[in-house]
Design a binder for this molecule. Structure first.
Ligand code: NDP
Length: 256
């Protein structure tokens, strides 16, 4: 069900972080960023076993702690197994980053029920599954930070991405509501809404589409995964200790 690669080192930042969808793209950059900050990083993947194992090996070789789990976030049993393993090996989870997500494009009139369900299963139910499995530990210790990766499309809507936009809008509502519920327990819940970021998720777009998207951005370029990872690191740290329930756009000035 899951695989483990582990190493050890002195921890600078000393936090235990669980990142979903850490094998590629933004999640991969977040894994690297938190590891470089001295965190013990635990991350899951669904299909990209080679990428996940090579990332964990890279971190372990450089003296960090990295554990990769094969875990489909839509499957509650796998999620509970993974979080149980993290808690028993690391003792606690300080930061959860719900990053795993999928997208698909097409006219709404052509959207079939199975595609709608697939997108909501990963993007919304996945966040529900992992958060519920992790939050008990945070509430008991009266501390913790949960960061959800939504999307600018969840704020403004994207033509031909109705299911994706709706699922990301759900993640924004989830964030605000849970922040209110967990605030009294000292657990912060925030959301990052990336703009257009250069990852495999943009694979379906041609050069013309990409340059049109760059032109719509105030900074006249597409963002890099590391630029999302830096914000996730900030939101999880002491500098953000009075920030909760917020939706932080990291979009280069993409029009809203
Ligand atoms: P990628 O397609 O590059 O990576 C997606 C990651 O999610 C992979 O690691 C993949 O793992 C994992 N994943 C997908 N489904 C599951 C699942 N069921 N269980 C566990 N892991 C899963 O996407 P990005 O890095 O671009 O996207 C990351 C997040 O950022 C997503 O939530 C996305 O919606 C959001 N986002 C991205 C934007 C962009 O422009 N790139 C813009 C706005 C938001 P594996 O390969 O192993 O299956």
């Amino acid at each position: 069900m899951y695989e483990i690669r582990q190493g050890s080192s002195g921890l600078m930042f000393g936090k235990v972080v669980l990142i979903t969808g850490g094998s590629r793209g933004i999640g991969r950059a977040i894994v690297r960023k938190f590891s470089q900050a001295g965190c013990s990083v635990h991350f899951c993947y669904k299909n990209s076993e080679n990428e996940a194992n090579s990332l964990a090996s890279e971190i372990v070789r450089s003296g960090g702690v990295a554990v990769a789990y094969r875990c489909d976030v839509t499957d509650r049993e796998q999620v509970e197994r993974m979080t149980g393993e993290v808690l028993s090996s690391a003792g606690q989870i300080d930061v959860l980053i719900n990053n795993a997500g999928i997208a698909s494009a097409g006219l709404f009139c052509d959207l079939c029920e199975s595609d709608w369900n697939r997108i909501f299963d990963v993007n919304v139910k996945g966040v529900f599954n992992v958060t519920q499995a992790v939050m008990g530990d945070m509430v008991r210790r009266k501390q913790g930070s949960i960061i959800n990766i939504a999307s600018v499309w969840g704020e403004v809507g994207a033509s031909c991405e109705v299911a994706y936009s709706a699922s990301k809008a759900a993640v924004i509502g989830f964030t605000k509501a849970l922040a209110k519920e967990l605030g009294p327990s000292g657990v912060r819940v925030n959301c990052i809404t990336p703009g257009v970021i250069e990852t495999d998720m943009l694979g379906g777009l041609g050069v013309a589409d990409l340059s049109a998207l760059a032109e719509m951005t105030a900074l006249c370029r597409i963002g890099q995964p590391d630029e999302i990872a830096s914000v996730a690191l900030f939101l999880s740290g002491e500098g953000a200790s009075f920030i909760t329930g917020q939706v932080l756009g990291v979009n280069g000035g993409f029009p809203l």
